[in-house]
Design a protein around this ligand. Structure first.
Ligand code: SF4
Ligand code: SF4
Length: 415
Protein backbone atom coordinates (compact mmCIF):
# COMPACT_ATOMS: atom_id res chain seq x y z
CA UNK A 1 0.00 0.00 0.00
CA UNK A 2 1.26 3.47 -0.84
CA UNK A 3 1.90 5.50 2.31
CA UNK A 4 1.59 9.08 1.10
CA UNK A 5 2.73 11.85 3.41
CA UNK A 6 1.90 15.50 3.03
CA UNK A 7 4.52 17.78 4.46
CA UNK A 8 2.61 21.03 4.48
CA UNK A 9 1.30 20.40 8.00
CA UNK A 10 4.77 20.10 9.48
CA UNK A 11 6.82 22.29 7.18
CA UNK A 12 8.09 25.58 8.52
CA UNK A 13 11.11 27.48 7.32
CA UNK A 14 11.88 28.73 10.84
CA UNK A 15 12.10 25.20 12.00
CA UNK A 16 15.35 24.24 10.28
CA UNK A 17 17.43 22.36 12.77
CA UNK A 18 20.78 24.13 12.58
CA UNK A 19 21.12 23.90 16.30
CA UNK A 20 20.00 20.39 17.19
CA UNK A 21 18.53 19.72 20.62
CA UNK A 22 20.03 16.94 22.71
CA UNK A 23 18.38 13.54 22.29
CA UNK A 24 18.36 13.14 26.09
CA UNK A 25 15.38 15.55 26.10
CA UNK A 26 13.21 13.03 24.20
CA UNK A 27 9.92 12.27 25.96
CA UNK A 28 9.07 9.30 23.68
CA UNK A 29 5.87 10.84 22.31
CA UNK A 30 6.44 9.19 18.90
CA UNK A 31 5.42 12.16 16.75
CA UNK A 32 8.68 11.88 14.76
CA UNK A 33 7.72 8.44 13.46
CA UNK A 34 5.25 9.99 11.01
CA UNK A 35 8.05 11.04 8.65
CA UNK A 36 10.76 8.47 9.47
CA UNK A 37 11.27 6.49 6.23
CA UNK A 38 12.85 3.45 7.90
CA UNK A 39 9.96 3.25 10.39
CA UNK A 40 7.33 3.71 7.67
CA UNK A 41 8.90 0.92 5.66
CA UNK A 42 9.70 -1.54 8.46
CA UNK A 43 6.95 -0.78 11.04
CA UNK A 44 9.64 -1.71 13.55
CA UNK A 45 10.14 0.44 16.64
CA UNK A 46 13.86 -0.38 16.69
CA UNK A 47 14.25 0.81 13.09
CA UNK A 48 12.28 3.99 13.74
CA UNK A 49 13.08 7.41 15.11
CA UNK A 50 11.50 6.98 18.57
CA UNK A 51 13.25 3.64 19.08
CA UNK A 52 16.54 5.19 18.03
CA UNK A 53 16.03 8.11 20.40
CA UNK A 54 15.43 5.67 23.28
CA UNK A 55 18.50 3.61 22.39
CA UNK A 56 20.68 6.72 21.95
CA UNK A 57 19.61 8.06 25.33
CA UNK A 58 20.67 4.86 27.04
CA UNK A 59 23.75 4.48 24.84
CA UNK A 60 24.95 7.98 25.68
CA UNK A 61 24.45 7.24 29.41
CA UNK A 62 26.34 3.94 29.07
CA UNK A 63 23.19 2.01 30.07
CA UNK A 64 22.93 -0.28 27.09
CA UNK A 65 25.17 -3.14 26.03
CA UNK A 66 26.58 -3.23 22.54
CA UNK A 67 24.59 -5.71 20.45
CA UNK A 68 23.59 -6.55 16.88
CA UNK A 69 20.18 -5.02 17.54
CA UNK A 70 21.71 -1.75 18.74
CA UNK A 71 24.05 -1.73 15.75
CA UNK A 72 21.17 -2.30 13.30
CA UNK A 73 19.04 0.37 14.88
CA UNK A 74 21.68 3.09 14.76
CA UNK A 75 23.39 2.11 11.51
CA UNK A 76 20.09 1.87 9.58
CA UNK A 77 19.17 5.51 10.19
CA UNK A 78 19.11 7.13 6.74
CA UNK A 79 20.19 10.47 8.31
CA UNK A 80 17.44 12.30 6.45
CA UNK A 81 16.68 14.62 9.43
CA UNK A 82 12.91 14.25 8.88
CA UNK A 83 12.48 13.57 12.59
CA UNK A 84 13.66 17.06 13.50
CA UNK A 85 10.73 18.47 11.48
CA UNK A 86 8.03 16.56 13.31
CA UNK A 87 9.48 16.58 16.83
CA UNK A 88 7.78 19.23 18.99
CA UNK A 89 11.06 19.57 20.92
CA UNK A 90 13.09 19.88 17.69
CA UNK A 91 15.29 16.96 18.59
CA UNK A 92 17.46 16.00 15.65
CA UNK A 93 18.09 12.29 16.03
CA UNK A 94 20.35 12.26 12.94
CA UNK A 95 22.83 14.50 14.71
CA UNK A 96 23.04 12.10 17.66
CA UNK A 97 23.28 9.15 15.26
CA UNK A 98 26.23 10.73 13.41
CA UNK A 99 28.05 11.06 16.72
CA UNK A 100 27.21 7.50 17.79
CA UNK A 101 28.54 6.02 14.53
CA UNK A 102 32.09 6.72 15.65
CA UNK A 103 31.61 4.08 18.35
CA UNK A 104 29.93 1.63 15.94
CA UNK A 105 32.67 1.49 13.32
CA UNK A 106 34.35 -1.85 13.05
CA UNK A 107 31.31 -3.77 14.33
CA UNK A 108 30.30 -5.00 10.89
CA UNK A 109 32.92 -6.58 8.58
CA UNK A 110 31.17 -5.22 5.49
CA UNK A 111 31.64 -1.63 6.65
CA UNK A 112 35.33 -2.16 7.55
CA UNK A 113 36.14 -2.82 3.88
CA UNK A 114 33.82 -0.04 2.72
CA UNK A 115 35.52 2.40 5.11
CA UNK A 116 38.95 1.61 3.65
CA UNK A 117 37.76 1.95 0.06
CA UNK A 118 35.95 5.24 0.71
CA UNK A 119 38.82 6.75 2.67
CA UNK A 120 41.18 5.87 -0.17
CA UNK A 121 38.80 6.99 -2.95
CA UNK A 122 37.62 10.28 -1.50
CA UNK A 123 40.98 11.76 -0.57
CA UNK A 124 41.63 12.69 -4.18
CA UNK A 125 38.86 13.72 -6.63
CA UNK A 126 40.59 12.33 -9.75
CA UNK A 127 41.11 9.06 -7.89
CA UNK A 128 37.40 9.02 -7.02
CA UNK A 129 36.56 9.24 -10.72
CA UNK A 130 39.03 6.46 -11.63
CA UNK A 131 37.58 4.19 -8.94
CA UNK A 132 34.04 4.82 -10.24
CA UNK A 133 35.29 3.92 -13.74
CA UNK A 134 36.99 0.77 -12.49
CA UNK A 135 33.86 -0.28 -10.59
CA UNK A 136 31.82 0.20 -13.74
CA UNK A 137 34.23 -1.88 -15.85
CA UNK A 138 34.27 -4.72 -13.31
CA UNK A 139 30.49 -4.56 -12.86
CA UNK A 140 30.01 -5.10 -16.59
CA UNK A 141 31.96 -8.39 -16.63
CA UNK A 142 29.55 -11.34 -17.07
CA UNK A 143 29.11 -13.39 -13.87
CA UNK A 144 31.01 -10.80 -11.80
CA UNK A 145 28.05 -8.49 -12.35
CA UNK A 146 25.94 -10.59 -9.98
CA UNK A 147 28.45 -10.51 -7.12
CA UNK A 148 28.08 -8.13 -4.22
CA UNK A 149 29.02 -5.20 -4.29
CA UNK A 150 29.15 -5.04 -8.10
CA UNK A 151 25.53 -6.13 -8.28
CA UNK A 152 24.56 -2.98 -6.38
CA UNK A 153 26.54 -0.75 -8.74
CA UNK A 154 24.86 -2.47 -11.69
CA UNK A 155 21.44 -2.07 -10.16
CA UNK A 156 21.94 1.69 -10.11
CA UNK A 157 22.53 1.55 -13.88
CA UNK A 158 25.40 4.04 -13.72
CA UNK A 159 26.61 5.44 -17.03
CA UNK A 160 30.12 6.84 -16.78
CA UNK A 161 31.11 9.98 -18.69
CA UNK A 162 34.51 9.99 -20.44
CA UNK A 163 35.86 12.75 -18.20
CA UNK A 164 34.97 14.20 -14.81
CA UNK A 165 33.41 17.64 -14.63
CA UNK A 166 36.59 19.35 -13.45
CA UNK A 167 40.24 18.63 -12.80
CA UNK A 168 41.78 22.06 -12.25
CA UNK A 169 40.84 25.58 -11.18
CA UNK A 170 38.77 27.07 -13.96
CA UNK A 171 37.06 30.41 -14.34
CA UNK A 172 34.17 30.75 -16.80
CA UNK A 173 33.76 34.39 -17.73
CA UNK A 174 30.44 36.08 -18.42
CA UNK A 175 30.13 39.08 -20.70
CA UNK A 176 29.76 42.30 -18.63
CA UNK A 177 29.81 40.37 -15.35
CA UNK A 178 27.85 41.74 -12.41
CA UNK A 179 29.34 39.32 -9.89
CA UNK A 180 31.28 36.17 -9.23
CA UNK A 181 30.08 32.78 -7.96
CA UNK A 182 31.93 29.65 -6.86
CA UNK A 183 30.59 26.18 -7.54
CA UNK A 184 30.97 23.37 -4.99
CA UNK A 185 30.75 20.50 -7.45
CA UNK A 186 30.40 17.43 -5.20
CA UNK A 187 31.49 13.88 -6.11
CA UNK A 188 28.32 12.72 -7.88
CA UNK A 189 28.12 15.70 -10.25
CA UNK A 190 31.88 15.51 -10.81
CA UNK A 191 32.00 11.79 -11.55
CA UNK A 192 28.57 10.87 -12.89
CA UNK A 193 26.63 13.93 -14.05
CA UNK A 194 29.08 16.50 -15.47
CA UNK A 195 26.33 17.74 -17.83
CA UNK A 196 24.44 19.18 -14.84
CA UNK A 197 27.60 21.07 -13.83
CA UNK A 198 27.93 22.46 -17.36
CA UNK A 199 24.28 23.51 -17.32
CA UNK A 200 24.87 25.39 -14.08
CA UNK A 201 27.80 27.29 -15.59
CA UNK A 202 25.74 28.17 -18.69
CA UNK A 203 22.92 29.42 -16.51
CA UNK A 204 25.14 31.55 -14.25
CA UNK A 205 27.07 33.00 -17.20
CA UNK A 206 23.79 33.88 -18.91
CA UNK A 207 22.74 35.70 -15.72
CA UNK A 208 26.06 37.61 -16.03
CA UNK A 209 28.04 35.94 -13.26
CA UNK A 210 31.63 34.80 -13.62
CA UNK A 211 31.93 31.25 -12.29
CA UNK A 212 34.93 29.75 -10.52
CA UNK A 213 35.55 26.05 -9.91
CA UNK A 214 38.40 25.95 -7.36
CA UNK A 215 40.92 23.14 -7.73
CA UNK A 216 41.25 22.34 -4.02
CA UNK A 217 37.71 21.02 -3.58
CA UNK A 218 37.36 17.57 -2.02
CA UNK A 219 34.34 15.41 -1.15
CA UNK A 220 32.16 17.28 1.37
CA UNK A 221 32.79 14.44 3.85
CA UNK A 222 29.20 13.18 4.15
CA UNK A 223 29.92 9.52 3.23
CA UNK A 224 32.76 9.38 5.76
CA UNK A 225 30.87 11.00 8.63
CA UNK A 226 27.97 8.68 7.88
CA UNK A 227 30.27 5.70 8.45
CA UNK A 228 31.65 7.13 11.70
CA UNK A 229 34.93 8.31 10.18
CA UNK A 230 34.68 11.69 11.83
CA UNK A 231 38.40 12.56 11.79
CA UNK A 232 38.70 11.77 8.08
CA UNK A 233 35.51 13.67 7.26
CA UNK A 234 36.73 16.73 9.15
CA UNK A 235 40.10 16.62 7.37
CA UNK A 236 38.21 16.96 4.09
CA UNK A 237 36.10 19.71 5.65
CA UNK A 238 39.22 21.67 6.60
CA UNK A 239 40.63 21.36 3.09
CA UNK A 240 37.34 22.56 1.60
CA UNK A 241 37.19 25.51 3.99
CA UNK A 242 40.68 26.45 2.86
CA UNK A 243 39.90 26.02 -0.87
CA UNK A 244 36.79 28.23 -0.69
CA UNK A 245 38.24 30.82 1.71
CA UNK A 246 39.61 33.64 -0.43
CA UNK A 247 37.73 33.30 -3.67
CA UNK A 248 36.13 36.72 -3.50
CA UNK A 249 32.69 35.41 -4.49
CA UNK A 250 29.17 36.47 -3.54
CA UNK A 251 27.84 32.91 -3.26
CA UNK A 252 28.90 29.28 -3.44
CA UNK A 253 26.31 27.21 -5.29
CA UNK A 254 26.04 23.44 -5.27
CA UNK A 255 23.59 21.20 -7.10
CA UNK A 256 23.71 18.68 -4.23
CA UNK A 257 21.73 19.51 -1.06
CA UNK A 258 23.81 17.12 1.04
CA UNK A 259 26.96 19.01 0.02
CA UNK A 260 25.32 22.35 0.92
CA UNK A 261 24.09 20.98 4.25
CA UNK A 262 27.60 19.80 5.05
CA UNK A 263 29.65 22.81 3.96
CA UNK A 264 27.16 25.21 5.56
CA UNK A 265 25.72 23.46 8.64
CA UNK A 266 27.68 20.34 9.54
CA UNK A 267 31.09 22.02 9.25
CA UNK A 268 29.81 24.68 11.65
CA UNK A 269 28.58 22.08 14.14
CA UNK A 270 31.87 20.19 14.14
CA UNK A 271 34.49 22.85 13.41
CA UNK A 272 32.74 26.12 14.27
CA UNK A 273 33.48 27.36 10.75
CA UNK A 274 31.65 26.94 7.47
CA UNK A 275 31.22 28.07 3.87
CA UNK A 276 28.51 30.50 4.95
CA UNK A 277 27.55 31.81 1.54
CA UNK A 278 26.64 28.32 0.28
CA UNK A 279 23.22 28.30 -1.33
CA UNK A 280 20.91 26.03 -3.31
CA UNK A 281 20.27 26.96 -6.93
CA UNK A 282 16.49 27.47 -6.46
CA UNK A 283 16.99 29.73 -3.47
CA UNK A 284 19.67 31.67 -5.34
CA UNK A 285 17.44 32.23 -8.38
CA UNK A 286 14.50 33.50 -6.34
CA UNK A 287 16.20 35.45 -3.58
CA UNK A 288 19.51 36.60 -5.03
CA UNK A 289 19.21 36.85 -8.79
CA UNK A 290 17.36 39.75 -10.37
CA UNK A 291 17.54 38.01 -13.76
CA UNK A 292 15.16 35.15 -12.95
CA UNK A 293 11.77 36.70 -13.89
CA UNK A 294 13.03 37.51 -17.40
CA UNK A 295 14.59 34.07 -17.74
CA UNK A 296 11.37 32.39 -16.53
CA UNK A 297 9.36 34.09 -19.29
CA UNK A 298 11.76 32.86 -21.96
CA UNK A 299 11.78 29.31 -20.62
CA UNK A 300 7.99 29.26 -20.42
CA UNK A 301 7.69 30.27 -24.05
CA UNK A 302 10.08 27.49 -25.07
CA UNK A 303 8.79 24.68 -22.86
CA UNK A 304 5.04 25.06 -23.21
CA UNK A 305 4.54 22.56 -26.05
CA UNK A 306 5.65 19.57 -23.97
CA UNK A 307 4.74 20.36 -20.38
CA UNK A 308 2.77 17.55 -18.78
CA UNK A 309 2.01 16.16 -15.33
CA UNK A 310 5.18 16.69 -13.35
CA UNK A 311 6.14 15.64 -9.84
CA UNK A 312 8.73 17.55 -7.90
CA UNK A 313 10.58 15.15 -5.59
CA UNK A 314 12.12 16.87 -2.54
CA UNK A 315 15.57 15.60 -1.55
CA UNK A 316 15.52 14.98 2.23
CA UNK A 317 18.46 17.28 2.99
CA UNK A 318 16.90 19.97 0.87
CA UNK A 319 13.56 20.08 2.69
CA UNK A 320 14.54 19.02 6.20
CA UNK A 321 18.10 20.32 6.58
CA UNK A 322 18.04 23.42 4.38
CA UNK A 323 14.35 24.28 4.73
CA UNK A 324 13.82 24.48 0.97
CA UNK A 325 10.33 23.56 -0.11
CA UNK A 326 8.46 26.35 -1.87
CA UNK A 327 11.40 27.64 -3.98
CA UNK A 328 11.70 24.85 -6.58
CA UNK A 329 7.89 24.64 -6.83
CA UNK A 330 7.71 28.38 -7.41
CA UNK A 331 10.38 28.18 -10.14
CA UNK A 332 8.73 25.24 -11.87
CA UNK A 333 5.34 26.96 -11.69
CA UNK A 334 6.76 30.18 -13.12
CA UNK A 335 8.33 28.45 -16.08
CA UNK A 336 5.08 26.66 -16.84
CA UNK A 337 5.20 23.20 -15.29
CA UNK A 338 1.97 21.73 -14.06
CA UNK A 339 2.89 20.11 -10.73
CA UNK A 340 0.72 17.25 -9.55
CA UNK A 341 0.50 16.59 -5.80
CA UNK A 342 2.71 19.58 -4.91
CA UNK A 343 2.66 18.99 -1.13
CA UNK A 344 3.37 15.25 -1.21
CA UNK A 345 6.80 14.11 0.04
CA UNK A 346 8.84 10.97 0.63
CA UNK A 347 12.38 9.62 0.72
CA UNK A 348 13.97 7.95 -2.35
CA UNK A 349 15.79 5.45 -0.10
CA UNK A 350 19.38 6.01 -1.30
CA UNK A 351 20.85 7.84 1.70
CA UNK A 352 24.54 7.47 0.75
CA UNK A 353 25.88 4.14 2.00
CA UNK A 354 22.44 3.26 3.44
CA UNK A 355 21.24 1.95 0.06
CA UNK A 356 24.32 -0.24 -0.19
CA UNK A 357 24.28 -1.56 3.39
CA UNK A 358 20.51 -1.96 3.80
CA UNK A 359 19.48 -2.93 0.30
CA UNK A 360 16.14 -4.49 1.24
CA UNK A 361 14.99 -1.54 3.31
CA UNK A 362 16.25 0.89 0.67
CA UNK A 363 14.38 -0.97 -2.12
CA UNK A 364 11.18 -0.92 -0.05
CA UNK A 365 11.43 2.83 0.57
CA UNK A 366 12.07 3.44 -3.14
CA UNK A 367 9.17 1.20 -4.17
CA UNK A 368 6.86 3.11 -1.85
CA UNK A 369 8.08 6.38 -3.36
CA UNK A 370 7.45 5.15 -6.89
CA UNK A 371 3.78 4.56 -6.06
CA UNK A 372 3.42 8.34 -5.77
CA UNK A 373 4.85 8.82 -9.26
CA UNK A 374 2.33 6.65 -11.10
CA UNK A 375 0.43 9.58 -12.58
CA UNK A 376 3.54 11.65 -13.37
CA UNK A 377 4.92 12.06 -16.89
CA UNK A 378 8.13 13.59 -15.61
CA UNK A 379 9.95 13.66 -12.25
CA UNK A 380 12.13 16.63 -11.33
CA UNK A 381 14.32 16.86 -8.24
CA UNK A 382 17.27 18.94 -6.96
CA UNK A 383 19.75 16.25 -5.99
CA UNK A 384 22.02 14.12 -8.21
CA UNK A 385 21.81 11.23 -5.69
CA UNK A 386 18.00 11.19 -5.91
CA UNK A 387 18.28 11.26 -9.74
CA UNK A 388 20.58 8.23 -9.56
CA UNK A 389 18.29 6.26 -7.26
CA UNK A 390 15.03 7.13 -9.06
CA UNK A 391 16.52 6.40 -12.48
CA UNK A 392 17.52 2.92 -11.30
CA UNK A 393 13.82 1.99 -11.40
CA UNK A 394 12.12 4.56 -13.63
CA UNK A 395 12.99 3.76 -17.23
CA UNK A 396 9.86 4.88 -19.07
CA UNK A 397 9.78 8.56 -18.08
CA UNK A 398 12.24 11.40 -17.70
CA UNK A 399 13.85 11.88 -14.29
CA UNK A 400 16.09 14.90 -14.06
CA UNK A 401 17.67 17.61 -11.95
CA UNK A 402 15.97 20.99 -11.89
CA UNK A 403 19.12 22.59 -13.37
CA UNK A 404 18.57 20.60 -16.53
CA UNK A 405 15.08 22.04 -16.92
CA UNK A 406 16.17 25.62 -16.32
CA UNK A 407 19.57 25.70 -17.96
CA UNK A 408 18.78 23.23 -20.73
CA UNK A 409 16.94 26.18 -22.16
CA UNK A 410 19.86 28.53 -21.58
CA UNK A 411 22.28 26.06 -23.18
CA UNK A 412 20.09 25.66 -26.27
CA UNK A 413 19.70 29.38 -26.72
CA UNK A 414 23.33 30.23 -26.13
CA UNK A 415 24.57 28.00 -28.90
S1 SF4 B 1 17.11 10.82 10.48
FE1 SF4 B 1 15.50 9.97 9.17
S2 SF4 B 1 15.78 7.73 9.26
FE2 SF4 B 1 16.96 8.62 10.97
S3 SF4 B 1 15.55 8.54 12.71
FE3 SF4 B 1 15.32 10.58 11.77
S4 SF4 B 1 13.60 10.33 10.34
FE4 SF4 B 1 14.30 8.25 10.85
S1 SF4 C 1 9.01 13.48 18.49
FE1 SF4 C 1 10.82 14.18 19.65
S2 SF4 C 1 10.26 13.88 21.79
FE2 SF4 C 1 8.78 12.68 20.57
S3 SF4 C 1 9.71 10.61 20.39
FE3 SF4 C 1 10.41 11.74 18.60
S4 SF4 C 1 12.38 12.63 19.24
FE4 SF4 C 1 11.32 12.01 21.12
Amino acid sequence: MNKVIHLSSVYSKDDVSHNPKDVSLCVQCGKCKALCPTYIESSSEVLGSRGRAAILKKFNQGDVAFSKRLYESLSSCILCEACSKSCPLQINIADAVYRSRKMLRGFDKKTILLNYILKFALKNPSRTFKIFKLLKIISDIPKVEMLYPFRYFNKLGVTMPDLPFKDKTTVFRASSPKGRIAVFTGCVINCLYPSYGKSLINLLNSLRYDVILPHGEFCCGAPLLELGLEEDAMKLAEMNLYAFKNLNVEYTISLCPTCIHFIKNIYKRYLGNSIDNAIDISQFLIEKSSGFPELAKKIKATLNPYIANTIYHDPCHSKYSLGIFSEPRYILGKIGFNLTNPSEVGCCGLGGAFGFLFEGLSDGILQNRLESFKEADMIITSCPNCVLQLKSKIKDRQVTHIIDVIAGFVGKNNT
